[in-house]
Design a protein around this ligand. Sequence first.
Ligand code: NAD
Length: 270
Amino acid sequence: MTGWLRDKATLVTGAASGIGEAVADRFVDEGARVCAFDRDAAGLERLAARHPQHVVTVAGDVRSWDDNRRAVRTAADAFGRLDVFVANAGVGDAFVRLVDLAPDELERAFDEIFGVDVKGYLLGARAAVPALVQTGGCMILTASSAGVFAGTGGVLYTAAKHAVVGLIRQLAHELAPKVRVNGVAPGGTLTGMQPAPSLRDRGGPRPETSRAERIRVANPLGLAMRPSDHTAAYVLLASDQARAMTGVVLESDGGLRARGLWDVAGGRDL
Ligand code: NAD
């Protein structure tokens, strides 16, 4: 796969690290130009330094309408068009269960997680639609195995990622035949993904070796997945090769659907 995205103008949120950064790198390798949008200005600078001819950056917050509009305008000004919007910026919930959230904590964490993982996607999609209608372009939303199965996140992250799958289906329906809308659902992946601020002390960074081992034993293929393991799915969906695909969520998770999860957590310590 080289040149699958030749001259495509793309916008990727959460592109300063992890899966979004790997998607941006891979899109450039496939011939695309990338507008990288993230709140991590230092990470954006590192990405742009690797690809000075092909990447422009926007530092901002996906929860802000103005920042989303600025990101789309920056892409359109730099590239003259927009072909692909990737909504990807996200925060997690440290796998916290409903019964372990105090009510005030639940309200705060809900606003934080749904603000980034759902409202951020909606605002980005709303801002990108007019430009994508002009080009007959497409959107790709990063979902998660937590948008497909229970038990791969806590209650808030799982609900938010199921909402993302609903968004993919509804937007595919609303925007056809002009704009294709699909998703990628990665399984547990070795990134620095952070829990929402109010849940930071619940999870915290764990040693990479033990996280790698937890991910490896949880999927049938036994993979400790890296961000680059998922990028081919984004390239396919962004390319003209996928012109018959919309409303689809590609599961890139080491085969969870082939077995389901090992861990049965229901009813423990209530
Ligand atoms: P990551 O932390 O490496 O990347 C997320 C990026 O989003 C960061 O660069 C961060 O700065 C940015 N971001 C967060 N909040 C933002 C905001 N309000 N405004 C702008 N930028 C913001 O984590 P990742 O694992 O690469 O996560 C990327 C996506 O992949 C998320 O949607 C996540 O839910 C999803 N995902 C991750 C995993 C995993 O195990 N890592 C599995 C499935 C799905």
